[in-house]
Design a protein around this ligand. Structure first.
Ligand code: PBG
Length: 310
């Protein structure tokens, strides 16, 4: 009777990696998660709906030979991500799609945008133009929400304007507002193939938020709200619970939090060693994120959590 909050399948969004291949591809750093071929995507969505999960965040893993410095494959109207969105909307229209907007699955260097001529940083405004074009194509393919995860300045405003001008007024924006330059994205970069081939680590610190900055993250969320974001997201989640609470208290918008690949991987790794109870740790980690103030959680645990609820 006195329990204050809960985690229900309806609060969870399942990130899904999609492959151009024909069969399931396990991702070693994300135990239990496979890249899914297009042909199995609709069936997966039907299963998730049955489990009470109504949202997915698809991410494409495209062939290396389609990548380029400017990530122009993002604008190919027949690319893997857009085909995946059309497939889901055709065969499982009730599934809500939160489609990632950033260039990293498409660039040879793995950055979220187009580099400046000195190759020292991404060029903010060139990147915003590319993301606007990508957002319109993504919304036209049927995504319910576009989810810019790139952290360029001014992109939410530019995307909202372009969607409206193209009669896509019903497409929402889930903004990755407080996205930190985190070391916890490693397994994800393996999954979409944006890890540097040379093994050197990829720093996105010139555009993602400094993990030391609390006030800056509140300001970023506030700006995204003013620019027209419908849902504000904090990422990572479990080690940024204070930020989730800050954003919750400074906005009346729905708040999402992304329990990222590294958070999932560390729980699995410790459980594999017998040091954690997997399910108990999983459930507590999700509860903490809800308690901090998140309405929605993007988590690789979504499906397994919902299955255990059956
Ligand atoms: C990039 C993007 C990243 C994630 C989602 N979109 C990684 C990055 O910023 O390099 C990370 C998700 C995760 O670690 O689970 N646009």
């Amino acid at each position: 009777m006195l329990t204050e909050i809960s985690v229900e399948p309806r609060h969870l969004i399942q990130p899904i990696f999609v492959t151009e291949g024909e069969s399931l591809e396990p991702i070693p750093s994300l135990p239990g998660i496979n890249r899914i071929p297009l042909s199995q995507l609709a069936a997966k969505c039907h299963e998730l709906i049955k489990l009470g999960i109504h949202g997915i965040a698809p991410f494409p893993k495209i062939d290396e030979n389609k990548k380029s410095a400017d990530g122009v494959e993002a604008h190919n109207s027949n690319n893997l991500a857009l085909r995946a969105i059309r497939e889901v909307k055709q065969k499982c229209p009730e599934m809500v799609i939160f489609a990632d907007i950033a260039l990293d699955p498409y660039t040879t260097h793995g950055h979220d945008g187009i580099l400046n001529s000195a190759k020292t940083d991404v060029d903010n405004d060139k990147t915003v133009a590319a993301l606007v074009k990508m957002s319109v194509l993504t919304a036209q393919a049927g995504a319910d929400f576009v989810a810019p995860s790139d952290m360029m300045d001014g992109r939410v405003n530019a995307i909202r304007k372009a969607l409206d001008e193209n009669n896509l007024t019903q497409t929402g924006i889930l903004a990755y507002s407080a996205k930190f330059a985190s070391a916890y994205y490693g397994p994800f970069r393996d999954a979409v193939g944006s890890t540097r081939k040379t093994g050197e680590s990829l720093s996105k610190a010139t555009y993602q938020i400094n993990p030391a900055n609390r006030r800056e993250s509140i300001r970023e969320a506030h700006l995204d709200q003013l620019e027209g974001a419908d849902i504000l997201m904090v990422k990572p989640a479990g080690i940024y619970l204070d930020i989730i609470r800050d954003v919750r208290e400074s906005s009346a918008r729905p708040i999402a939090a992304y329990q990222v690949s590294g958070e999932y991987a560390q729980i699995h790794a410790a459980a594999e060693k017998g040091w954690f109870n997997l399910k108990a740790t999983r459930d507590e980690s999700l509860l903490a994120i809800r308690r901090a103030g998140a309405d929605l959680i993007l988590t690789y645990f979504a499906e397994a959590f919902a299955k255990d609820r059956q």
